[in-house]
Every structure is written in C-alpha cells, then in structure tokens.
Design a protein around this ligand. Structure first.
Ligand SMILES: O=C(O)CCC(=O)C(=O)O
Ligand SMILES: [Fe+2]
Length: 292
C-alpha cells in the first residue's frame, strides 16, 4: 500500500483533502529520459512545430490564440515519437498508485490524457480559480448536484523540476462554494487571497494527485523552469460524464495504427477501455466540444 509524504494511505488522503503528495513515482532510469524528451517537445511547441499546445491568454480548450506556450498537449501522440512518455504512463508503480486511488484493478483502468505544463517564455500567466468540470457561473443548486457525480478517474502533476505553481483549497472538492469563494471565482478569479488557499510545493520527482473539482488555480512564472507531467487515468465505470471531460481535448489520434502498435502490455487493456468508452458514448470520433 502506498502512503503519501505524511505516511497517510494515498487514497485516504485524496478523499479527505482533495489532493495528495507522493514521492518517487518515476523509476530512476526514466527520470533523465523524461527530462530530455520534455526539452525536445517544449522546443517544438515553442517553435510552432507542434500545434497541440496551450497558449498564454486562454485557460481552457480550444487554444487558438497567442504564441507563448504554457502547456504541451498529447505527449503520447505518435507524431511526437517520444516513447518514454507512454513507458512511464504504463509503469508499474504509477499504475499501482492510480489503482489504489480508484480502488480498482489495472485491467479496469482507462487510458486518458497526458500533457505537459511548462513555464511561458515571455510573460507570467495566471489561471483563474476553478473546478475543472464545473464552470464558475454554475448555480448553487446545479453545483451541488454536479459535485455528487463520482469522477471514476484521477489526475496528477508530476514535477521534473521544482514546482510551486499550483494552489488549492484543501477539502473543497465535495462541497458547494461558500459565498466568499463563489464571489472570488466569479468576480476576482485571479485573487491571491482565497480563504484557506494552500500553495502546493513539489520537489523534483514528487507527484500531486488532485480531485478535479477541488478549487484550484495556478500561477505560471516565466523566469522559473517548469516541466510538470500532467496526466489522468479513469476507470471503466466513467460513462458519459467522463467521456465529456476527456474527449473535449480531442483524442482521435489514438486510433492511429502507429499508436496502437506502440502500446506496452500494461496499457493494452486501459487502451481498449477508452476505445470502448468512446463507442458507448456514441462518438464517431474520439472528440467532443469544450465544456467551458
Ligand atoms: O498548472 C497547474 O498545475 C494546474 C493546471 C490546471 O488547473 C488545469 O489545466 O486545469
Ligand atoms: Fe484545473
């Protein structure tokens, strides 16, 4: 059983706090390779040679405007030709952590997103306080209802360099916003004074898993190198709610034969599971419209 940096079982910590920090989920022999591969993909994205990227000025997909890059999308895309990302995504300890968090078996996991969060080059960029799957303007009644929908998945940030960009409000992932939080998310969404906020400080090699409905924001600093792997996995019980969150990023390239051929054994079933989810959702392509 895996425990967090405070020796609490990771599933218990995530459930109670809405986030959990874990050491050493990157095998030693993969660490340097991941850093090198990140440098290459970051260069491609900044050079405009990789079009799947997040651009300063826009928080949620689609990213169509701007030039300064704050994230690189689809690290496991076959056109990037960086096999180390898929190797790590399918590595034993990482998958064991995800299984413990989701209380499921590896064969019931579902392959999902794998992106990279980086420092912009030209200017700092703040993301607003948000929950990933519930827009700020959502009424209290609807928010309450949406918060009861289980996620059937988890997401994480794994830092390759020191990373203190993420802020969370611990334990805000299962309750509606207080009047004050609601006011901040709608009227002052880049506030540096959210009540109860906590800055998540990761050392290289540390991972934070966080509930995508925890209130969170991020501050992107152009002068401090950030390369943080940002990924998610789900379970086969996700259904159409999960499909909407995942496929809004556009994953139809996962049907590419070169991609299918490159999947390691540990991810074959999780891959079949994401294909099945698209099919069940009645999608012709593995893509849907943006939520926000
Ligand atoms: O930069 C981060 O650590 C968080 C990013 C984030 O919240 C998002 O992409 O929704
Ligand atoms: Fe987010």
């Amino acid at each position: 059983m895996l425990t967090d940096i405070n020796n609490v079982p990771i599933d218990q910590a995530l459930k109670e706090q809405g986030y959990v920090i874990v050491d050493n989920l990157i095998p030693e022999d993969q660490f340097e390779k991941l850093k090198e591969a990140c440098d290459r993909v970051v260069k491609r994205a900044r050079d405009g040679d990789w079009k799947y990227r997040r651009l300063v000025g826009t928080q949620f997909p689609p990213w169509t405007e701007g030039t300064d890059v704050w994230g690189v999308q689809h690290l496991i895309h076959p056109d990037l030709q960086e096999p180390i990302f898929l190797q790590w995504y399918g590595s034993e300890k990482l998958m064991a952590a995800v299984c413990q968090l989701l209380h499921t078996k590896p064969e019931d996991l579902q392959m999902e997103l794998f992106n990279l969060l980086i420092n912009p080059q030209d200017s700092d960029f703040d993301l607003t306080w948000h929950r990933d799957a519930i827009p700020a303007e959502t009424s209290e009644e609807v928010e309450k209802e949406k918060l009861t929908i289980p996620h059937y998945g988890t997401q994480w940030n794994t830092a390759l360099y020191e990373d203190a960009c993420l802020y969370v409000v611990p334990n805000s992932h299962r309750r509606v916003r207080t009047a004050e939080e609601r006011d901040v998310t709608i009227n002052d969404p880049k506030s540096h004074n959210m009540p109860g906020q906590l800055q998540v400080r990761l050392k290289p090699g540390q991972t934070v898993f966080y509930d995508n409905n925890i209130l969170h924001r991020a501050a992107y600093v152009c002068t401090s190198k950030r390369a943080t792997l940002h990924a998610s996995m789900g379970t086969i019980e996700g259904g159409h709610h999960r499909a909407a969150t995942i496929f809004q990023h556009g994953l139809d390239w996962m049907t590419d034969d070169r991609f299918v051929q490159s999947i390691p054994d540990s991810l074959k079933k999780p891959y079949a599971n994401v294909r099945a989810m698209a099919q069940k959702a009645g999608l012709e392509k593995m893509e849907t419209k943006p939520i926000h």
